[in-house]
Ligand binder design. Sequence first.
Ligand code: G1P
Length: 294
Amino acid sequence: MAKNPPHVRKAVLPVAGMGTRFLPATKAVPKEMLPVVDKPVVQYAVEEAREAGIEQFIFVTGRGKGIIEDHFDHAYELEMLLSAREKTAELDSLLEGLPITGAVSFTRQQKPLGLGHAVWSARHLVGDEPFAVLLPDDLMVGQPGGLAQMMEVYNAVGGGVIVAAEEKPLEETKRYGVIAPGQIKGNAIEVKGLVEKPKPSKAPSRLCIIGRYILAPEIFAELDRQETGAGGEIQLTDSMARLIGRMPFHAVKTTCARYDCGDKVGFLLANIAVGLTRPDIAPALKAMLRGVGP
Ligand code: G1P
């Protein structure tokens, strides 16, 4: 097994989804721009990636997602105004979130053909090197961040493919990629098989993939086939499954809490969970939460 696998420099963030579950909020605003406390959902994924050593952020977007580009650019008028009014904290909050010039690129998925197709759309920007995929809907709260924990395992097992995983109730397997687990080695669980969105009766376990991946560039040759799977979509899980046995392939149960911001209740919970980690609002939030409910 290779020691010191190649450094993972690039991350792909698929943000082309329509967000129909959040209408009417997402009629004119991309779902990735909905705020969790005071930052858009997508910014948490960028910060998590940056903490894990990612240097290049590749967004796979679609129509109507232009303000995501604006969000990761300077807003000169605003910055000048805040600076003139000596609103340093607000100004810092804008600048902290900003990747350096040239570190962000955007490509379009053009057709909503599934997650595998979204990742494949970034193939020319990724090139022939390992890369991470972060699905911004899955918000990870914890330290170290979700992707940083996966990088540790990536380095320990000598590279290959790493997915983040969580045990889910059996009735929920139909919403996830599900893992057939092999040996457990420390934090890593060997992946022996993968099935996308199986019925509970067909699920190989309750260990489900959550939206963080470290992938080898060999995935693109598999995605090139453009084969459809569950739900008639081109599934990333199916292409990953074809890499099993060809390289190290592990799942990591992170110690982070994961909130599904693609779901109304998950999104509300994420707001509360992140709010409770924020010293500026946690005391007031805690006090108010005690009074919530019947
Ligand atoms: C996607 C993947 C699935 C994974 C899930 C994690 O599904 O296809 O394997 O378990 O993300 O959030 P989606 O949520 O896009 O239906």
